[in-house]
Design a protein around this ligand. Structure first.
Ligand code: HSE
Length: 334
């Protein structure tokens, strides 16, 4: 199975590490290796139809800050010339235009390639168009890691809960905001907590996207489209971020046995992100960088999942699970 990776930051490198860790597992399961034939960062690319050692690519990136020897202007032109089976699109999120990620995914689907992505921009702006394109061209298109990183949510709703009528999903979908708010619970100032979240590698390239609620809004839009079959974009979400949460507001909440958390909520009619008062001890009052989601459905009742919403190996684990689903399906179809 030949994989091309677009985006070689934390997630792209983490995915290569996971491929190396699961090399034997994949070989045993499918009787063939998963080969990385190409990788692209924001300026350079490497391509070899015989494949690379994925750990060599990570080392090269860490030593030289470049994944490849060749530079490019147009990522689609690079993909056009490459021979691969699955595109793993993990370039940085652009919530305004969808960025290079949208172009790369569109091109791959038009060429009949399967796609795995955690890039929220294309999914939060052009979801139904991309699903329709994948369907038209008979491509598999999966994006579990785009919401909640390692926390299972999209495939859980689609697969394990397939017979349920899901009425709402509410949760904490941004680890940076949750880290800041839970540090503020302990009296730490906003700015200092944000700096720590950035140092831990959780915040977006531009952390404004976290604290303004834009990152959570992307995830809420993706859930609305994928779980509720709605046709919405990031721009339809009612968004309030956490920038106006003061230390006084946090103290007042604490004096009433509450915490403030940035909650995303989606249902057939709701589509919003905003700070909410949550009773201490409630499943949505969790602290730190964790993500959590409460799914309400008619037969199963409430189901709560919690997990690491970001991180090198954690997000890569969601990509691995999508890769296994695609390879299992291909095997069944053979
Ligand atoms: N910036 C995001 C967060 C990363 O803080 O949760 C995962 O989308």
């Amino acid at each position: 199975m030949k994989v091309f990776i677009c985006g070689f930051g934390t997630v792209g490198q983490g995915f290569c590490e996971v491929l190396a860790m699961r090399r034997q597992f994949m070989l045993d399961r499918y009787g063939e290796p998963v080969t990385v034939v190409g990788a692209m960062d924001s300026k350079t690319y490497a391509y070899d139809p015989d494949g690379f050692d994925p750990l060599e690519l990570v080392k090269r990136k860490q030593d030289t800050r470049k994944v490849g020897d060749q530079t490019y202007e147009d990522s689609v032109a690079v993909l056009e010339k490459a021979d691969y089976d699955i595109l793993v699109e993990v370039s940085p999120t652009d919530v305004r235009t969808g960025g290079a990620g949208l172009l790369n995914i569109t091109h791959a689907l038009e060429k009949g390639k399967d796609v795995i992505t955690v890039n929220k921009g294309p999914l939060a702006l052009k979801f139904q168009e991309l699903i329709a394109l994948a369907r038209k061209n008979g491509c598999k298109f999966r994006f579990e890691g785009s919401v909640g990183g390692a926390m299972p949510i999209i495939n859980l709703c689609h697969e394990n809960l397939v017979g349920e009528n899901i009425t709402s999903v509410r949760g904490i979908f941004n680890g940076t905001c949750n880290y800041i708010l839970s540090k503020m619970d302990k009296g730490q100032p906003f700015e200092q907590a944000l700096k720590e979240a950035q140092q831990m590698g959780y915040a977006e390239t531009d952390p404004t996207n976290d604290i303004m609620g834009y990152d959570s809004a992307c995830k809420v839009a993706i859930l609305a489209n994928s779980v509720f079959g709605r046709n919405v974009t990031f721009n339809d979400v009612r968004i309030t971020g956490i920038t106006s949460i003061t230390e006084d507001a946090v103290s007042l909440a604490a004096s009433r046995g509450m915490v403030i958390r940035l909650i995303g909520e989606v249902s057939e009619t709701k589509l919003e992100v905003g700070p909410r008062l949550i009773p201490k001890g409630h499943p949505l009052s969790i602290s730190g960088t964790l993500n959590t989601a409460q799914i309400l459905s008619d037969l199963a009742g409430p189901i709560t999942v919690t997990g690491r919403g970001a991180g090198r190996l954690e997000t890569a684990s969601a990509i691995l699970s999508d890769l296994i689903s695609i390879m299992d399906e291909r095997k069944r179809q053979r």
